[in-house]
Write a protein that binds this ligand. Structure first.
Ligand code: 1GP
Length: 238
């Protein structure tokens, strides 16, 4: 038995078992369709449902996750764009710091703003180093955070950022090409980061095909997150 979601991810990473999360954006997913959507996610054998988005209206997330949990036993992990997207109906929270950016709002301010909610919360809090990589589009994360992504060619900087995250005590590193990225995080970058960290690696952004998914796994991603490709065609198979 795993006591926590983090422990489950750590064990899978050690055993080389690959994990999949489907990302639902409450702003783009209708609550009425959640029964249908969750059954499709379960058929994909996803391990988790991530919930979050860059522009979610206040209070929408709470009802969204409450309804979602009525339809599925899969763990729901919050992947919030900001502190207003927190709810105790979820199981865990990726407590993100945007380490690739130099905007204090997403390095520490949002985290402080979340404390009044989190100190009375039952959510499992998972410290996560979030690293934005250039996916060839002006992604929502880039616009909202007003930060520059790391170039796909700058492997050295991406690796140093991930290692610094690990030294700072992050339990997961998340390489993000941005939702709807033209190009996902490339193989060379994934494998270089993986080689240098001793914590599980999440990869997401722009993954649309089974080939891209397997490539990310092969190069060292422990957990892959798919949003847009599922949203656009949720009969989608991996
Ligand atoms: C999760 O933001 C991504 O890391 C999701 O990206 O929507 O492109 O799958 P896509």
């Amino acid at each position: 038995m795993n006591k926590t979601i983090l422990e489950f991810i750590q064990k899978a990473s050690i055993k080389g078992e690959k994990l999949l999360a489907i990302l639902l954006d409450p702003d783009k997913t209708s609550i009425e369709k959640l029964a249908e959507i969750t059954s499709k996610i379960e058929k994909l054998k996803a391990n988790f449902i991530f919930v979050g988005g860059s522009f979610v209206e206040n209070d929408v997330t709470d009802l969204f996750v409450e309804t979602l949990k009525k339809h599925t036993k899969l763990p729901v992990i919050l992947f919030p764009g900001d502190f207003s997207q927190l709810t105790n109906h979820a199981d865990a929270l990726l407590f993100l710091s945007l380490l690739s950016g130099r905007n204090p709002e997403y390095l520490i301010e949002q985290q402080i703003k979340s404390v009044p909610f989190l100190k009375n919360s039952t959510l499992e809090i998972i410290p996560t180093g979030y690293i934005l990589i250039d996916g060839g589009t002006k992604s929502s994360v880039l616009k909202v955070s007003d930060t520059k992504p790391i170039s796909q060619e700058n492997v050295e900087l991406a690796v140093a950022t991930a290692i610094a995250g690990m030294y700072k005590g992050k339990q997961l590193i998340y390489l993000e090409a941005g939702s709807g990225a033209k190009v996902p995080v490339n193989s060379r970058l994934i494998s270089a980061v993986k080689k240098h960290i001793a914590i599980p690696l999440i990869v997401g952004g722009g993954i649309k095909t089974k080939e891209q998914l397997n490539k990310a796994y092969k190069n060292g991603a422990d957990l892959v997150v798919v949003g847009t490709a599922f949203e656009n065609n949720n009969t989608f198979k991996f």
